[in-house]
Write a protein that binds this ligand. Structure first.
Ligand SMILES: O=P(O)(O)O[C@H]1O[C@H](CO)[C@@H](O)[C@H]1O
Ligand SMILES: O=c1cc[nH]c(=O)[nH]1
Length: 264
């Protein structure tokens, strides 16, 4: 264990430079909300929740579901902060990542409030390029995809399978019109549609690319916050987030039990 930081590896005594922790080995499965506020929402779905720390956009806690330990750590918005979370959490013991986030849907039939299971992430972002070359979409890890579907059956939810495009820009990059940039935003929405995306978020591609490159398991459930075709926006967004977190905690527990079995 390093007793002095170096520029190439700025960890000290087992502590990372960004994710706030005390050096303990973390649970093997970690939920990744973008919003730090969603870490606290997850406490309703976990027993014995303990907040470990809070630094920058990273809020980290641990709890248990069905007797299995589960970590929750926010990533903040976008690829760069998400990459840091995955690299540091991996080194702290996490081997399976589940993003629990929000998105804007493209097809009119994916209504606000729908909970979705991300089957693949299209290639569009900057950070993910450092971990995965080429333009082939990155599929979710099949064990995580299956665990999320099984958990939805247990919690009485149904998950809509989607393809996501993760954008490095919330406004023009997600086709939101700004004064003087109306044409650029409209072109971008057409491009996203032509790529076959069902939704836009800002982190899934990075989660999938970095976790896959590090040999970790990964997947994502996303709650539909708005619809870009009908222009609807869900004002009362808390209920769908809580349902998404509950089924993700259930999936995390089953994946954690599996990794324990595999270790023996
Ligand atoms: O709901 P979360 O996980 O915060 O994620 C979504 O919300 C943010 C934009 O408002 C982006 O991070 C996007 O991916
Ligand atoms: O429209 C949306 C909603 C949530 N997150 C996004 O990135 N876009």
């Amino acid at each position: 264990m390093a007793s002095a930081r170096t520029a190439g590896d700025p960890w000290l005594n087992g502590l990372p430079p960004h994710v706030p922790t005390d050096g303990r080995v973390l649970p093997s499965v970690c939920l990744l909300p973008g919003d730090p506020g969603r870490v606290d929402m997850a406490t309703d779905s976990l027993d014995d929740f303990e907040l470990i720390g809070n630094r920058r956009e990273y809020r980290l806690g641990v709890g248990a579901r069905n007797g299995q330990p589960v970590a929750v750590c926010s990533t903040g918005i976008g690829g760069p902060s998400t990459e840091i979370a995955i690299v540091e959490l991996s080194r702290l013991g996490v081997s399976t990542f589940i993003r629990v986030g929000g998105m804007g849907a493209i097809p009119a039939e994916v209504r606000p409030g729908t909970i979705t299971n991300v089957e693949r992430a299209l290639r569009d972002g900057g950070t993910a390029r450092f971990y995965a070359d080429g333009d082939e979409p990155i599929p979710a890890h099949p064990e995580v995809l299956a665990a999320l579907n099984a958990a939805a059956t247990r919690t009485g939810d149904s998950l809509t399978p989607i393809t996501v495009l993760s954008c490095d820009s919330y406004y023009v990059g997600e086709g939101r019109s700004l004064p003087g940039l109306e044409a650029a935003a409209a072109r971008r929405l057409e491009q996203v549609d032509a790529l076959g995306a069902d939704a836009m978020d800002m982190e899934c591609e990075t989660v999938f690319a970095v976790a896959r490159a590090l040999g970790r398991r990964y997947g994502a459930v996303l709650a539909t916050h708005g619809n870009r075709t009908t222009d609807e926006w869900l004002e009362d967004y808390e209920d769908v987030q809580r349902r998404m977190l509950d089924l993700a905690c259930d999936a995390a527990a089953s994946l954690s039990a599996e990794s324990l079995r595999a270790a023996f």
